[in-house]
Design a protein around this ligand. Structure first.
Ligand SMILES: [Zn+2]
Length: 109
């Protein structure tokens, strides 16, 4: 019976140490990833470097909505040609609103 008790105790200690080590490893990896992200941000977000546009964040180009002037990722853009001009919108809703304003400009007070 005593032998079983010690076996269980050793097993518990072993698993406790292993889980602690795993948590520490995960923390280190997270810290390294954060450092890399900070380095990348410093590279891309540096306004003193003209070769890196300030509008690019994390490799994604940011563009302005023609309706509400809000910056958003180019991959989410709604593109449309209104009155011969190619415009981009942050949503289909703003595309429709802008198109309605263009179609009836004197409806505004
Ligand atoms: Zn918009």
């Amino acid at each position: 019976m005593r032998f079983l008790f010690w076996l269980a105790l050793i097993g518990l200690v072993y698993f406790a140490i292993r889980s602690k080590l795993k948590a520490a490893q995960r923390n280190m990896q997270r810290r390294e990833a954060a450092q890399q992200a900070a380095q990348q941000a410093a590279q891309y977000g540096n306004p003193a470097n003209p070769s890196s546009p300030a509008s690019i964040t994390g490799g994604e180009t940011m563009i302005v909505c023609s309706h509400c002037s809000v910056y958003f990722p180019a991959s989410e853009a709604v593109r449309a040609t209104i009155a011969g001009k190619e415009l981009v919108f942050c949503s289909t809703q703003h595309h429709q609103q802008h198109a309605q304003q263009q179609a009836a400009p004197d409806s505004a007070p």
